[in-house]
Design a protein around this ligand. Structure first.
Ligand SMILES: Nc1ncnc2c1ncn2[C@@H]1O[C@H](COP(=O)(O)OP(=O)(O)OP(=O)(O)O)[C@@H](O)[C@H]1O
Ligand SMILES: [Mg+2]
Length: 257
């Protein structure tokens, strides 16, 4: 077996040779609507490494959002196990998982999911729980994040008063609020103009440089060009993985075989 592929094809080598931050073991997710069963995630095995930038590409309806929701602990598996930072999140209670998510995962949704009755600034502050921060400090951090997203003049706006691209950037600011080590993004540049999409691609490059673990469903070449690994997802399965940059080779923290 080639060195590059040893953590992809063999479940055993995943655990004995490396230390992934996220592990999926035989994960199944089905949606039952009346007589119809849609299998969105079909016994998927996957390991993602700390500070790795993984992109997931695949046709509409393949199950990318379903997969990201499971990795992010937003939905429950029907079968299988998911580990995050050594913790089996598929065994956690809803309350514990919600708290775990707040500190560990920033989730950028395909449809933004902003709270419609809160302003841009309030949306960013809402999940912010950094230990020891006063409301004033949280507000300052939210404003700073909105400024970084070039939204300083939009902080009092409600979601319906913002363009799609502006809502997307508020959603990104919100995901970064607690400075989580893992960012999951579902098509973060879809429906954006080229300039805004390029701006967000550069932001992801910076997040990568700051050693965040990034898992992004996207078809955007500007984002994919920064990826360490490209996963092709089709018919609810991983059908191909291309390693662009073998981060295990460079990272001394990993236990190499
Ligand atoms: N909550 C749900 N209830 C029932 N079926 C669902 C649900 N969510 C997704 N599905 C079905 O699961 C399949 C995978 O959907 P999913 O949204 O994960 O695909 P996707 O790859 O993200 O597609 P897109 O590129 O269009 O965003 C689809 O056939 C969809 O209809
Ligand atoms: Mg989707």
């Amino acid at each position: 077996m080639e060195k590059n592929n040893n953590f992809i094809n063999s479940e055993v080598s995943i655990e004995t040779k490396t230390n992934p931050i996220i592990i999926l073991k035989n994960v199944l997710k089905e949606y039952v609507i009346g007589d119809w069963i849609v299998r969105a995630v079909d016994h998927v095995n996957l390991s993602i490494f700390e500070s790795e930038f993984v992109t997931i590409v695949g046709p509409s309806g393949a199950g990318k959002t379903s997969l990201l929701n499971l990795i992010g602990g937003l939905d429950s598996v029907d079968e299988g196990e998911i580990y995050n930072s050594g913790i089996k999140i598929t065994d956690m209670s809803e309350e514990s998982l919600a708290l775990f998510r707040i500190f560990n995962i920033g989730f950028i949704f395909q449809n933004y999911n902003l709270i419609s009755t809160l302003t841009a600034e309030e949306n960013v502050i809402f999940p912010m729980m950094l230990a020891g921060m006063t409301l004033e400090e949280r507000r300052e951090r939210a404003v700073k994040l909105l400024e970084e997203m070039r939204l300083e003049e939009r902080k009092e706006h409600l979601p319906f008063q913002l363009s799609s691209g502006e809502q997307q950037r508020v959603a990104i600011a919100r995901a970064l609020g607690n400075d989580p080590p893992i960012i999951i993004a579902d098509e973060p540049t879809a429906n954006l103009d080229m300039e805004t999409a390029e701006f967000i691609a550069k932001l992801f490059k910076k997040l990568k440089e700051s050693k965040k673990t990034l898992i992004v469903a996207t078809h955007d070449k500007a984002l994919i060009k920064h990826a360490d690994r490209i996963i092709t997802y089709k018919d609810s399965k991983i059908i191909k993985q291309d390693i662009i940059h073998d981060i295990l080779k460079d990272n001394k923290n990993f236990k190499k075989a």
